[in-house]
Design a protein around this ligand. Structure first.
Ligand SMILES: CC(C)(COP(=O)(O)OP(=O)(O)OC[C@H]1O[C@@H](n2cnc3c(N)ncnc32)[C@H](O)[C@@H]1OP(=O)(O)O)[C@@H](O)C(=O)NCCC(=O)NCCS
Length: 161
């Protein structure tokens, strides 16, 4: 398995994972493509896992505030369905942290990573807990009415070093 920042050639592989992993994209290729391009324009980075030239996992991230704050938000995290429960997500996250430590090396590496995930997404909550994330709050009626989100955070230095 290889890990790297995505490039233009990865478009189709990324779209495939997005449409099968996110309810809001409703299995629509066109919608997923539009969303992906919008997120790239916002400055989101897509870090991917590749197996035999196939994109099998992705994490979309961006930093908040100034670069020196070394504060990352993860916006998307998904593994292609047939590759789930094989350790791809965990490995991808570890590699992302290594990469972020290089990206923020001038400031001592990545300091904190946070994300929000639907409270009903029990699989994701278990997964993030296994990675070492802690729940620090909740957001009610967040993206949609009656859909609540958990706020999770991790200080990677405490987990990986
Ligand atoms: C969440 C997700 C990224 C996990 O990726 P993955 O590659 O399957 O995760 P891993 O195999 O690295 O799992 C690491 C650990 O997390 C836990 N875990 C992962 N998926 C789990 C599940 N479905 N049920 C229970 N525990 C789970 C396990 O403890 C696992 O270790 P184990 O298999 O040795 O017991 C994947 O399920 C996914 O793409 N889901 C759809 C998109 C999504 O909901 N993303 C998160 C919200 S943005």
């Amino acid at each position: 398995m290889k890990f790297r920042e995505a490039n233009k050639k990865d478009l189709n592989g990324i779209i495939q994972i997005l449409i099968e992993s996110y309810i809001s994209l409703e299995g629509s290729k066109e919608l997923a493509k539009k969303e992906y391009k919008t997120e790239l324009n916002y400055g989101h980075h897509f870090f991917i896992a590749v197996e035999k030239k196939e994109v099998i996992g992705l994490i979309a991230w961006f930093y908040h505030g100034l670069k020196k704050h070394c504060l990352i938000e993860i916006d998307r995290f998904a593994v292609k369905s047939e590759y789930r429960r094989k350790g791809v997500g965990r490995k991808l996250f570890q590699k992302l942290i290594e990469n972020l430590n290089k990206y923020f090396s001038k400031y001592g590496g990545v300091r904190k990573v946070f994300l929000v995930t639907r409270k009903k997404n029990k699989r994701a909550l278990i997964f993030y807990k296994k990675l070492g994330f802690k729940k620090v709050g909740e957001l009610k009626n967040h993206f949609y009415k009656k859909v609540d989100y958990a706020i999770l955070e991790i200080y990677p230095k405490l987990i990986f070093e």
